[in-house]
Design a protein around this ligand. Structure first.
Ligand code: PLP
Length: 388
């Protein structure tokens, strides 16, 4: 049985170009801090990768800091914004990934949640009103808004949020992990002061990412040691990871046609599932979304049960709900959108990626409908029940 992997938002398989670049860097070896030929060649690989990342997001090379992933980049950004008393209060969108939410909660800052509407889109009116009431004693605002949500794919109005923030000299933190490679990610267009990226979501190796800084973004090192990454992040660079990450980013540049086909397959899938099971709730259906993610819920059928049934049928997907201490907690994103607990516990996430095929949507559809018929048989239609 061919397995169908539809969990790219959790992690994409490594692209061949990325695996080759990582293997090459690993075989060549060398410590980028060494001055001999091996060291200089290793340094050259890192700087070439830095150029690739910088060009992709329209930043200067000096503003790219390689990290162990987006989680570290986000933690570094939040600590940086707090440095030297720059900011003491963070406004965090209600649908941020835990890497932002938890980093904010565990920082020295006070945290306020920016609500989202029923489509999962940032409430700009709330943000505008909150910023208008901002008092100078509160310090410089730090606004954290992701570009695309990891559960629903909903694309946030980040540039508008940044424009509102500018009036109060706010710092803007943008988690662009899910957006990179799928839609344009440009530092200046977004108005970002901090941009977090991750390798393994676009077919690069896991354990590598980057923080891209705006020209005047404060930064403080959190990890002390050597002077790597211009003193921003001590520790020998993950050379194979960085080389693989850049190769994946380069490979992802020419994929507009692929994403158009995947987006059409995703839309078709949602329409057919909804036709078969009219009680289906598609999260963020009316919002601008990435072409690659679909999140839907059949009220009453736990996401966990769906993931297991689909796994047995050869299809890998994720639950929106998260497991913590052995207990399933309803999807925080669905909850923030005002959907009830029954839906929040049932939200499934299907996510396509670089090696997905439009036909994968049909495999998922057949497997999901068959499993749904067993787990949650459709209510008999009125006509049928009258005949019975
Ligand atoms: N932000 C978003 C939106 C994500 O989806 C993820 C990964 O799940 C992260 C941040 C964390 O990225 P990393 O695994 O590179 O630390």
């Amino acid at each position: 049985m061919r397995r169908v992997y539809l969990d790219h938002a959790a992690g994409s398989p490594v692209r061949p170009q990325a695996a080759a670049a990582a293997a090459e860097a690993l075989a060549a070896g060398g410590n980028p801090s060494s001055v001999h030929g091996e060291g200089r060649r290793a340094r050259a690989r890192i700087e070439a990768a830095r150029r690739t990342i910088a060009e992709t997001v329209g930043a200067g090379e000096a503003f790219v800091v390689f990290t162990s992933g987006a989680t570290e980049a986000l933690n570094l950004a939040i600590a940086g914004a707090m440095a030297a008393g720059a900011s003491r209060r963070i406004l965090v969108s209600a649908v941020e990934h835990d890497a932002v939410r938890e980093a904010a909660i565990h920082s020295i800052a006070d945290v306020e949640i920016i609500p989202v509407d029923a489509r999962g889109v940032l409430d700009l009116a709330w943000l505008e009103a909150r910023l208008a009431a901002w008092r100078s004693e509160e310090g410089r605002p730090l606004v954290a808004a992701m570009l695309a949500n990891n559960e629903t794919g909903v694309v946030q109005p980040v540039a508008e949020a940044a424009r509102l923030g500018r009036a109060k000299n706010a710092l803007m933190l943008v988690d662009a992990v899910q957006a990179l490679g799928k839609i344009g990610v440009a530092m200046s267009g977004l108005g970002a002061d901090y941009l977090a990226l991750s390798g393994h979501k676009i077919g690069g190796p896991p354990g590598v990412g980057a923080l891209v800084l705006g020209a005047n973004a404060p930064l403080a090192r959190r990890q002390h040691g050597g002077g790597q990454e211009r003193g921003h992040r001590a520790g020998t660079e993950n050379l194979p990871g960085i080389a693989g990450f850049a190769a994946a980013v380069e490979a992802a540049r020419e994929e507009a046609g692929h994403w158009a086909a995947i987006g059409a397959a995703r839309d078709g899938l949602e329409a057919r599932l909804h036709a078969a099971r009219p009680e289906l709730v598609v999260l963020g259906a009316d919002a601008p979304r990435l072409p690659t993610i679909s999140s839907f819920a059949l009220p009453g059928w736990s996401a966990e049960g769906q993931v297991m049934a689909l796994d047995l049928a050869g299809v890998a997907v994720s639950a929106g709900a998260a497991c913590s201490s052995g207990k399933m907690r309803p999807s925080q994103v669905a909850t923030a959108m005002g959907l009830g607990e029954e839906v929040a516990r049932a939200a499934l996430r299907v996510s396509f990626g670089w090696n997905s095929r439009p036909e994968d949507a049909h495999v998922l559809e057949a497997a999901w409908l068959a499993a749904a018929a067993r787990a949650r048989p459709a209510a008999p239609s009125l006509a049928l029940s009258k005949e019975a």
